[in-house]
Write a protein that binds this ligand. Structure first.
Ligand code: S3P
Length: 190
């Protein structure tokens, strides 16, 4: 692992519907870390929903906001960061996250993702007549970027608790690797 990294946060990446929010909240509670979601930070900043940003300003404007929010996350500590499904497709975003966070990418097959997201209407990229086809196409495009995360974890047929346990193990292992001489427990209890 890169010597210059100072891991103090945990970032969850991966496609829509892979469980980043539910797993992230659970892991944050276990670590007594804060939980933030990049989409939520973007909505606050823009005072618009993600769908409104896509509709009014276009996807490039949304991606620019993602880039701004990612840079600011470098100031955080003891935070679980759930990232939008396309965020680490930009290598600069992934590089920035890796400076301060262990980046865990959650994965699931297209069919599982489809079952999880099919009744939700807030994802502009899936407002298509053939959302399963869109999911398959985007997964193929994005897979090489997702593979650049530190750790890949399947969420298929696994409970939130099971996935969280796996991630907590990986996070504690990463902290035990000396980074700038620091490898302490992330949340020492009194
Ligand atoms: C997107 C995923 C969404 C949101 C936006 C774009 C993507 O986040 O950032 O709709 O490009 O995959 P979730 O992965 O949290 O649904």
């Amino acid at each position: 692992m890169n010597e210059a990294r100072h891991i103090r946060n945990l970032a969850l990446a991966g496609f829509m519907g892979t469980g980043k929010s539910s797993v992230g909240r659970f892991v944050a509670a276990q670590l007594c870390f804060r939980f933030v979601d990049t989409d939520h930070l973007i909505e606050q900043r823009a005072s618009k929903t993600i769908s409104e940003i896509f509709d009014h300003d276009g996807e490039p404007a949304f991606r620019a906001l993602e880039g701004e929010v990612v840079q600011e996350l470098a100031q955080r500590e003891k935070t679980v960061i759930s990232t939008g499904g396309g965020l680490i497709v930009n290598p600069a975003n992934l590089a920035s996250l890796k400076e301060h966070a262990l980046v865990v990418c959650l994965c699931a097959p297209a069919e599982t993702i489809y079952e999880r997201v099919r009744y939700a209407s807030h994802r502009p990229l899936l407002r298509e007549t053939e959302p399963l086809e869109t999911i398959r196409r985007l997964l193929v495009q994005r897979e090489p970027f997702y593979r650049e995360a530190d750790v890949l974890v399947s969420t298929d047929q696994r409970s939130v608790r099971e996935v969280a346990t796996h991630i907590l193990h990986e996070f504690h292992s990463a902290l035990r690797v000396p980074h700038d001489g620091q490898g302490s427990h992330p949340c020492p209890r009194p």
